[in-house]
Every structure is written in C-alpha cells, then in structure tokens.
Design a protein around this ligand. Structure first.
Ligand code: ATP
Length: 421
C-alpha cells in the first residue's frame, strides 16, 4: 500500500532526515526545502540511476554540465523573455495571488478564487517566471546592461553547446546530450511539499535526430521512460500518460506527452489525483534554429543577429545540411523522489497492534545500504567486530553502525528508511 497522501511523506521526511523545511529557524521561506542526510543520498541515487541508464548504458548519449547564469541573449532567443509566464490574477476579496489557468470556473466560465470562493478577481496579466539578477558591480539594480537570469530550465544550456559537443565527440545523428542541474522559477503558487518549488533540480536530455525519425523516436522515449520509472519502484498503476491538447502545447512543440503520477491519492475525484511527473516533447528544430546566426527571414534579414554560430548539422552520407529535430524527456529530481517515497511507503501492524513503517526502496536507491547492528553493546569483542565490519564496507557503500537501542528497535529504525541489508 503506497502512502495515503503527501503529508505522510512530509512527516516521515522530517522525523528521519530526508527533507526539512528550509530556513526553518527564521520562519521558513515560502516553499523551500533542504535535503537532509538521507534525502541527499536518495536524490543522488536517483540521479545516478538516470545518468547510468542514459549516459553509461547506451552508446548514443553524452553528458554536460552548463552554467546556471548565461548570456541574457540565450533567454531572449529561446523565447523565455517574452513567453515564459503564467497568467496572474489577484482576488479582490481575500488578496490571494493566484494562477488563473489552475482555477476552477463557475457556470458562466468565470474563475473562482481557490482560497475564498469569490469570483471578484482582477484581469489576468502575464507574470514572467524567471528570477532576475545583475552581473558585476553595478550602480543600480535595474541596469538593463547588467540584467541576467537564473536558468528556468537546463535545456537551453544543451542547445547552445550542441556544436561544441558535436565537433568534439564526432557524433552522428541520432544522439543525445544529458544534463542534471538546478533550475529556478518564480512560481506564482508553489506548494504541495517538494512538488512545486521555486528552486528545483531537473534531469533533461535532448535527443537530436533527423526530422523524419522524430515521431517514432518520440514514442520510443515515452515507452522507455515508463520502463525506467518502473525500475525505481514506481508502481504502474500510479503512472498514466497525458497527451497535451493543441491549445496546451508550447509554441515550439509538435507533440508533448506528460507522464503523470498519482501524487494526490486522497482526492475523491480520480481525475484530480494526477499531476505531472515529467514531460516528453518533440521540440522540432525550434531551439537550434533560434540560436543560429544563419536562418534569414523572407527579406533576407538574419532572424538572430546576435549569434555567432550556425547550429545546423551536415550529413556526409546524404550531403545535406539541416537543423536536427529534438526529442526532450524532462523530469524533476524532486518530483521523482516524492513519487519513489510514496510508492515505497508501507505500514505494517505487528502482533502487539503497533503500526510500523517500512520503506520498500529498491536497494540501488536506498540511502543506507547496510546497517551493522551488534546484538550486545556491552561486549567489546562483539562491538569491535561490528565496527570493523562497518569500516570494511564503507569504502564501497554507505554503511552505518548503530548500538543505541535494543535489536528490535534498531531493525525498525532501518526498516523505516529503506535499508536493504
Ligand atoms: P508544471 O506544468 O507542473 O508547472 P512544467 O510543464 O512547467 O510543469 P517542464 O517545464 O516540462 O514543467 O519541466 C520539466 C519537469 O521539471 C517537470 O515535469 C517537473 O518534474 C519539473 N518541474 C518543473 N517545475 C517545477 C517546480 N516548480 N518544482 C519542482 N519541479 C518542477
């Protein structure tokens, strides 16, 4: 039985050291979270699984780690400066600030405040989600020459390095570039624990291919990721696919399929139990073209006068030059960690009627692999041997020694955090 709701995981996380509210001693900060001694291990293991599956176990994917702060033109030509916004409304009755596209509507189609139920809302206005900062020692905070952004996605760092990787790795299509890193979005309504935060971590892969192969490869990645999520222990009955409708598609996307997870099993309305775990988009050749100096409009003017490179691809076999299409599977580390914990969560009642929590994590994901627990803590010959075993294991894996309780209690503690051995 998976966790009945996210709250169960919030409390386990805080009790055992997976995830803590950030800046807690100063009253917290909106919806920021810190990963504790077990959370950091679990997150690292999820990232390792993703990286191994894509970069090590396949022959056609390279890794990358690009900067969080880039030249502002990256976000100009990617379209983020003009279109990366959410529709914002304020409730005139309770002053809540809300995302209009997430609100329920009344019979006349008017959006309803999710806080107080009023329909007395302001007109919706676009709110850009990118965090702004300034570079260098500047005289004023709004100096446009110094303006920069924290990246709202890792993907653009891949596109602008396409030629670097292509030239230095001598790759041929199809091939991919994978990256894991922090992304920042000034979300209007963050919440639901680590589901939606303003600072989060993404695992994104851009798979470059010939345009005519894109549709079939897109489907392959949709199928492939469901399999990978299964290897993390996420239950098939808690995953579903959502095909984005024409009006929901990003301007550059030909087709996008979201893999949904049942993050809210407690909700009565089955449709509302699901939310996005990851998105898999066919971005066509939009990004590589947008960042290239080459393409010209009908009047012969360069579409991107700031770029110094052409990001097209030359196929030596067909002697053609073209802009590859891109399939992008994008998934959040944090949402994956939440889904993994929810599906691993199990409660068991023992003979005494006590409820015990068992976290049935896959051994590869478990924060601690081995716990060495001596049966008697007063006998040096036993405790010394146990410590020695622990020290022997620790270069190869995370191992712990614990003698601070009776053996039953020690076992129960490890069961609760998913230690396999
Ligand atoms: P949503 O519709 O939930 O806002 P999105 O479609 O904007 O998400 P993408 O831009 O496709 O998200 O980002 C890829 C993935 O990054 C998401 O599927 C999700 O796992 C993760 N992600 C996006 N925004 C956040 C956030 N604010 N907090 C945590 N994870 C996020």
């Amino acid at each position: 039985m998976p966790a009945p709701n996210i709250e169960t995981i919030v409390s386990l996380s805080k009790r055992r050291g997976f995830v803590f509210p950030a800046s807690d001693i100063y009253g917290g900060l909106g919806s920021s979270w810190d990963y504790g001694q077990l959370g950091v291990e679990l997150a690292n293991n999820i990232k390792k699984s993703w990286w191994n599956w894509l970069v090590y176990e396949r022959d056609d994917i390279e890794g990358l780690d690009s900067s969080i702060i880039q030249n502002r033109n990256v976000w100009k030509y990617s379209g983020h400066e003009t279109t990366f916004s959410d529709p914002l409304v304020d409730c005139r009755d309770c002053n809540s600030r809300l995302r209009e596209d997430k609100l329920e509507r009344n019979a006349e189609g008017k959006p309803i405040c999710s806080n107080c139920g009023s329909t007395n809302l302001t007109e919706s206005r676009p709110f850009n989600l990118m965090f702004r900062t300034t570079i260098g020692a500047v005289s004023s905070d709004d100096d446009p020459m110094a303006l920069a952004y924290l990246r709202p996605e890792t993907a653009q760092g891949i596109f602008i390095n396409f030629k670097n990787v292509l030239d230095t790795s001598r790759r041929k299509l199809p091939f991919g570039i994978a990256q894991i890193g922090k992304a920042f979005r000034n979300e209007v309504t963050p919440g639901n624990f680590i589901f939606r935060t303003r600072e989060f971590e993404q695992m994104e892969m851009e798979y470059f291919c010939r345009p005519e192969d894109a549709a079939a490869l897109h489907q392959e990645w949709i199928d492939g990721f469901q399999t990978w999520l299964g290897t993390l222990g996420i239950l098939p009955e808690n995953l579903s696919l959502y095909e984005q409708q024409a009006h929901e598609l990003a301007h550059y996307a030909e087709r996008t399929v979201d893999i949904m997870y049942r993050f809210f099993p407690e909700r009565e309305d089955e449709e509302k139990q699901w939310d996005e775990l990851m998105g898999i988009a066919n971005r066509k050749d939009f990004d590589l073209k947008a960042h290239s100096k080459k393409p010209e409009d009908a009047e012969g003017k360069r579409v991107n006068p700031d770029s110094t490179e052409d990001l097209s691809y030359f196929d030596p076999q067909t002697n053609e030059r073209f802009y590859p299409y891109v399939i992008e599977p994008a998934i959040g580390v944090n949402r994956t960690l939440l889904a993994v914990m929810m599906d691993a969560y199990t409660e068991k009642t023992n003979e005494k009627g006590e409820v015990r929590v068992i976290l049935k994590l896959k051994p590869e994901l478990a924060p601690i692999k081995v716990a060495v627990l001596p049966l008697a803590k007063n006998k040096p010959e036993i405790t010394e041997m146990a410590r020695k075993i622990k020290r022997g294991l620790q270069p190869a894996m995370r191992a712990v020694y614990d003698d601070t309780g009776g053996i039953g209690k020690l076992y129960a503690r490890q069961d609760e955090i998913g230690t396999p051995f």
